[in-house]
Design a protein. Structure first.
Length: 275
């Protein structure tokens, strides 16, 4: 990639430039788009011209102001579908945008890098807010002193590996309602409420890659009932494989007895109370 060649081309007075951008979704899928009238290949990714996607003018400033722009387009089965937007597959996705010489796509300069913010759908089209890298500087930093643990189970601060025998279960879906309630006729080997506040991952089917948070795990007369806090946003049918990972309520006793991980507990259980 030679930005110098592109700058020399821009100074020639007769230019052949267009814009191209790539979106990396949360599930790892990479999609390429361009406003040129033919497809371009950048870093091995085909940026398609027939998607109806366009990007509005980019606002850039010096200093730490947030660069912002918008991507707009029509919902299409071939590129961005309404089902994918509803399922949240594009939420927080990484975005890169270039100014490209379409005669020689290697001559390009990166104009924007950031992530997808708010997405609005209406009338068969969508509008996605693009947030620059400096947007992260607007977020509160630091930790609060609190009795409960501030880490997320399995992250770099917790250091516990939840995908190990006794802490997760892979099951085929048996009964599902509203992509939120799952009932399994047999579920041996795990205590009731073992998966409360746990992670629910879809491993196959139309909702593959989507993740939910378990609200409650109860044993009832008709089997084990797993409730999620909200619907997954994509269809889940009997036979699809799902994975349930043990949950953590952030309490020190849970960290000590359930996970044997108290050395990595990230709370302050001995802080005096308000009384």
């Amino acid at each position: 990639m030679t930005a110098e060649a592109l700058y020399a081309h821009l100074q020639s007075g007769a230019t052949t430039v267009c814009r191209a951008w790539m979106v990396t979704r949360g599930d790892g899928m990479v999609l390429g788009f361009t406003d040129h009238d033919r497809d371009l290949t950048i870093d091995g990714v085909v940026c398609r011209a027939d998607t109806g996607m366009t990007a509005r003018a980019l606002q850039q400033t010096t200093g730490l102001s947030v660069d912002n722009s918008e991507a707009v387009g029509a919902l299409s089965d071939a590129s961005v579908t309404e089902a994918d937007l509803l399922a949240g597959r594009f939420d927080g996705g990484d975005v890169r945008a270039w100014l490209v010489n379409w005669v020689n796509p290697e001559d390009r300069v990166e104009q924007f890098r950031g992530s997808i913010g708010e997405i609005v759908r209406s009338g068969g089209s969508f509008k996605a807010e693009l947030r620059g890298l400096s947007d992260a500087l607007n977020r509160p930093q630091g930790f609060a002193y609190q009795p409960a643990c501030s880490a997320v189970l399995g992250d770099g601060r917790c250091r516990f590996a939840p995908v190990q025998p006794g802490y997760y279960a892979d099951r085929a879906v048996e009964t599902v309602e509203d992509e939120r309630l799952f009932i399994f006729s047999t579920f041996a080997g795990f205590d009731e409420r073992w998966f409360d506040y746990g992670r629910f991952e879809v491993l196959s089917g139309a909702a593959k890659g989507l993740i939910g948070v378990i609200k409650s795990d109860r044993t009832e007369a008709n089997g084990r009932r797993i409730d999620l806090w909200q619907s997954l946003g994509a269809e889940v049918v009997p036979g699809d494989m799902v994975r349930m990972i043990a949950g953590c309520d952030k309490a020190p006793t849970t960290c000590r007895t359930k996970f044997a991980n108290f050395l990595n507990f990230r709370g302050f259980p001995h802080i005096p109370g308000e009384d």
